[in-house]
Design a protein around this ligand. Structure first.
Ligand SMILES: *[C@@H]1O[C@H](CO)[C@@H](O)[C@H](O)[C@H]1NC(C)=O
Ligand SMILES: *[C@@H]1O[C@H](CO)[C@@H](O)[C@H](O)[C@H]1NC(C)=O
Ligand SMILES: *[C@@H]1O[C@H](CO)[C@@H](O)[C@H](O)[C@H]1NC(C)=O
Length: 405
C-alpha cells in the first residue's frame, strides 16, 4: 500500500480500512482517580463531538481496557455511552503484569451480549496492549516506567484474543498493538508487527529531552519519529494513538508546558500532519491520572469551548524535512480535499460521517502511502535502522504507565 505502483492494486482495501478517525483517549478513571460511569463517558463523548472550531467531528474514542473500574470483569460502561452517542470505539486490552487476559475477554463478551451489533458496529479496532514493549525497553527501564511485557507475550495474547472472538460479531475488527514510536524500529519487536493488522504509535516530542525539544522544534521531532515508525510498519497501517502537549506542568529540558504551546502543537502536529490524514487519537480531552503532574486536557470540565482555538491555520512553521519532503507535496495536494471534507464535517449530522469517511478516508490513505514510499525507500530505511537505537535518548515518562490506576 505504500508505493504508488502498488497503491492501485490495494486501493479498495486501503479505502475500506483507512478511515481517518478523529478521537481522544479515555482512561477508565477520572482525574481524581474515581471511576468513570456511563454518564461520565457520555458527557465526555458528547463534548468531543461538539467541540467548537474542531477540524472535523471527534466521534471516536480509544479505551485502554474493557473492564469497568471498581469491578473485576464487568463490561466498561463506556460501551453504553458509545452506543448512545454513536461514538466509534478503538478497544484496548490491558496486557502488562498479568499472565491472563480472561477478565478482559469476559468483559468484552458481556458487553457484546448486552449491546449486540449496536456496539459491534461501532468497534473500529482493538489494541492488544498499550506501551508494554516500551516499559520493558532500555528507555522504559531507565525511566522506571513500570511493568511491561515482552513481544512473545503480546503475540501470545493476540492469538488468545483472536481465538476467543473468531466467531463473534467483531471477528473482522482489525487487531493492533499500541506502543511508543521508538519500539517499532527495534528489530526484536518485529514479531508483534507481523502479528497485527495495524500498529499504534504514541509520540510526545515534549518528553524527548536531549534532542532540542523546544516547542518550535516539536513538529520536526514528531516527523522524524513518525517517519521511522511508518518505515518499520512495512505494509501495516499506522494509527497515531497518542500525542499532545501539556498545557501545564514542569519544564522538560527545553519543552515548556503552556496553553500557548499546546495550541502550537495542535496546529503544527495535529493540523499539519495528522487530522484527516491518519487515524488519530489526541491526548487528551480530559486528564485521567492524578499522579501525572503534566496536564493535557484541551478543555476545562468538558466545556465544548477548548482552552485554545481548535481551528487549523492554513500555513505552518515546521519546515518540510528530508524524509517528509516527498509526502509534503502529496499532503499539500490532498489538503484541499481534506479541508473540504473537514468543513462538511463541522456542519454535523449523519452526512458528515459518511462524507469524512469517504473523501478524507481515501485522501488519507493516499497521503500516508506517499509518506510511506518516501520513508521506506532503501536509502532512508537503511539510515533509520542504522541510526536507531543508540541515538535514542527520549524520555517517555508518560502518564501511560499508570493509565489503569
Ligand atoms: C528492543 O526490544 C526488546 C524486546 O522488546 C527489548 O528487550 C530491548 O530492550 C529493546 N532494545 C532497546 C534498545 O530498547
Ligand atoms: C472546573 O471545575 C473545577 C472543580 O469543580 C472548578 O474549580 C473550576 O472552576 C471549573 N472551571 C470552570 C471553567 O468552570
Ligand atoms: C481561530 O483560528 C482561525 C484560523 O487561524 C481564525 O480564522 C479564527 O478567527 C480564530 N478564531 C478566534 C475566535 O480567534
Amino acid at each position: 500500500m505504500r508505493i504508488s505502483t502498488t497503491l492501485a492494486a490495494s486501493a479498495v482495501a486501503a479505502v475500506a480500512s483507512a478511515e481517518n478517525y478523529l478521537g481522544f483517549n479515555s482512561g477508565n478513571k477520572k482525574a481524581d482517580d474515581t471511576a468513570k460511569f456511563a454518564s461520565d463517558f457520555e458527557a465526555e463523548f458528547t463534548t468531543a463531538q461538539n467541540l467548537n472550531g474542531a477540524p472535523g467531528v471527534f466521534n471516536a474514542v480509544r479505551l485502554y481496557t474493557n473492564i469497568q473500574a471498581y469491578s473485576t470483569a464487568d463490561p466498561i460502561q463506556a460501551f453504553e455511552a458509545a452506543v448512545k452517542t454513536k461514538t466509534k470505539v478503538l478497544l484496548g486490552i490491558w496486557t502488562s503484569g498479568t499472565d491472563s487476559i480472561d477478565n478482559e475477554i469476559n468483559a468484552l463478551k458481556a458487553g457484546l451480549d448486552q449491546h449486540g451489533s449496536e456496539l459491534a458496529d461501532l468497534i473500529i479496532g482493538i489494541s492488544i496492549g498499550s506501551e508494554d514493549l516500551y516499559r520493558n525497553s532500555a528507555t522504559g527501564v531507565a525511566n522506571k516506567a513500570g511493568v511491561g511485557a515482552d513481544p512473545d507475550v503480546i503475540v501470545n495474547f493476540i492469538n488468545v484474543y483472536k481465538k476467543a472472538f473468531a466467531d463473534s460479531l467483531i471477528a473482522n475488527v482489525p487487531v493492533g498493538h499500541v506502543d511508543t514510536w521508538d519500539v517499532w524500529p527495534n528489530a526484536t519487536n518485529k514479531a508483534v508487527i507481523d502479528a497485527v493488522d495495524w500498529i499504534g504509535v504514541d509520540e510526545y516530542p515534549y518528553y524527548e529531552n536531549g534532542k532540542g525539544n523546544d516547542i518550535k522544534n516539536a513538529g520536526t521531532l514528531f516527523d522524524k519519529a513518525y517517519d521511522q515508525a511508518v518505515a518499520a510498519a512495512g505494509d501495516k497501517q499506522v494509527w497515531l494513538t497518542e500525542t499532545g502537549w501539556p498545557y501545564t506542568g514542569e519544564t522538560w529540558d527545553e519543552a515548556v508546558a503552556s496553553v500557548e504551546n499546546a495550541k502550537y502543537y495542535w496546529d503544527e502536529v495535529g493540523c499539519r500532519r495528522l487530522f484527516n490524514q491518519a487515524p488519530t487519537f489526541w491526548y487528551n480531552l480530559r486528564d485521567s491520572n492524578s499522579a501525572n503532574e503534566m496536564k493535557f486536557a484541551i478543555t476545562d470540565n468538558l466545556s465544548t469551548e477548548a482552552r485554545f482555538n481548535l481551528t487549523c491555520p492554513t500555513t505552518f512553521d515546521t519546515p518540510t524535512s528530508a524524509s517528509a519532503s516527498a509526502s509534503g507535496s502529496a499532503s499539500t495536494a490532498f489538503s484541499s480535499a481534506t479541508a473540504s471534507s473537514g468543513s462538511a464535517s463541522s456542519t454535523g449530522g449523519a452526512s458528515t460521517t459518511s462524507g469524512s469517511s469517504g473523501s478524507s478516508g481515501s485522501s488519507g490513505s493516499s497521503s500516508s502511502s506517499a509518506a510511506g514510499s518516501s520513508s521506506t525507500s532503501p536509502g532512508t530505511s537503511g539510515a533509520i535502522s542504522g541510526q536507531g537505537f543508540s541515538a535514542i535518548s527520549a524520555v517517555f515518562a508518560l502518564a501511560a504507565a499508570v493509565y489503569m490506576l
